[in-house]
Design a binder for this molecule. Structure first.
Ligand code: NAD
Length: 334
């Protein structure tokens, strides 16, 4: 931030589990003089509202209308309300002229996502979907290593918590990997095959998906929110290259096959790209604030958020068709 620039005034909508992280990071950036001021939050739950007000010493309003009536002149907002409320909250904030970082998935339906994109364009506002893993230092370290990935294997397993149950595991967890693979594969989707089952919630809790791209690239995704272990890994193969990313450990391994002109066997070279340690949410919010200041498009655009959502919704309909074929409709209602 240049000396003459005033800090970007940010509010957080939703002081739940993830909204608290936004509040914490914004306060850390404010304290470090990194160009932001945390001015308020919106949280309808009175207990959470009181806790956030006390912890961050900010006014916490019960709704967007109350926030806007308070004339605090916010420039931007982080939206961390349940996905089913993203559209209502984000559209009200866009109407008030705020730039937005909206948690993933961008919205609950394509119609809602398109409406937010249209409103943001009309108002010339930044609309960044919160695809956090793009800012994972391990992913950032892999970007320069990308060649021509043709086969992806993504695993994202977590233990059950009664959160984000307004959506299924595809919109809750798999969407992170869908976004990363779409960004790495850079090809339109040709075909989706998918199976998903509800286990502990009424919605799909575990899913396995195969996506084939027009380029011929294939990606397998497994996501579970009812696992006994926590795994967040992406492995992919390109001709003569293997890359393994452990999102949680923020660790990357690249293996290359170098042609060995003299010997019968090709040589393997192991490479661990340097991963600069940093909290992904801090990098994501810093990147958002940079877009707010410079008016340049965000690193993750709203159209990319829409593409990840479109693929997630396709997967849901393929899973529903599979459930019909397999006679699992009763299982889904139980
Ligand atoms: N990027 C990530 O890795 C990541 C991780 C977890 C959650 N998320 C996303 O963050 C969002 C919130 O998830 P969470 O786990 O914090 O949920 P949560 O239920 O813990 O918190 C949501 C909060 O929003 C509040 N809320 C509901 N309606 C509101 C409204 N109209 N205005 C303001 N606040 C409202 C609720 O009272 C609740 O406190 C979801 O979209 C989820 O997908 C992202």
């Amino acid at each position: 931030m240049r000396a003459h620039q005033r800090p970007v005034r940010v509010v957080v909508a939703g002081a739940g589990v993830f909204g608290r992280h936004h509040l914490r990071v914004l306060r850390e950036l404010e304290t470090a003089g990194l160009g932001t001021a945390l001015v308020a939050a919106v949280e309808p739950d009175p207990v959470r509202a009181r806790e956030a007000a006390a912890q961050f010493a900010i006014p916490v309003f019960a709704g967007i209308e109350e926030l806007l009536a308070a004339n605090l002149n916010p420039d931007a907002a982080c939206v961390a309300v349940p996905t089913v409320h993203h559209h209502a909250v984000a559209s009200a904030l866009l109407a008030a002229g705020l730039d937005l970082l909206v948690e993933k998935p961008l919205a609950a339906s394509l119609a809602e996502a398109d409406d937010l994109i249209r409103r943001a364009e009309e108002k010339k506002r930044i609309l960044q979907p919160g695809h956090l893993e793009r800012f994972n230092p391990a992913v950032l370290a892999v970007e320069p290593q990308l060649t021509r990935p043709m086969f992806f294997e993504a695993h994202r397993l977590s233990v059950f918590t009664p959160r984000s149950l307004d959506v299924d595991v595809v919109l809750d967890l798999m969407i992170h990997d869908l976004d990363i693979v779409l960004a790495f594969a850079r090809s339109p989707v040709r075909e989706v095959r998918a199976v998903g089952l509800p286990i502990l919630s009424p919605k799909v809790d575990i899913a396995n998906v195969r996506v084939e791209f027009e380029s011929g690239c294939v990606a397998n995704f497994t996501a579970s929110r009812v696992s006994t272990e926590r795994v967040r890994k992406l492995r992919f193969f390109a001709p003569r290259q293997y890359v393994s990313i452990d999102y949680a450990r923020r660790d990357v391994l690249v293996i290359r096959i170098d042609s060995a002109p003299a010997g019968p066997a090709p040589g393997l070279s192991f490479h661990k790209p340097e991963v600069t340690p940093a909290e992904p949410l801090r990098l994501e919010i810093l990147s958002f604030l940079e877009s707010v200041r410079t008016r340049r498009p965000p690193k993750v655009t709203a159209l990319e958020g829409r593409a990840a959502l479109a693929l997630a919704l396709d997967i849901q309909s393929v899973m529903a068709a599979h459930a019909q074929r397999a006679g699992l409709a009763d299982f889904f209602r139980s």
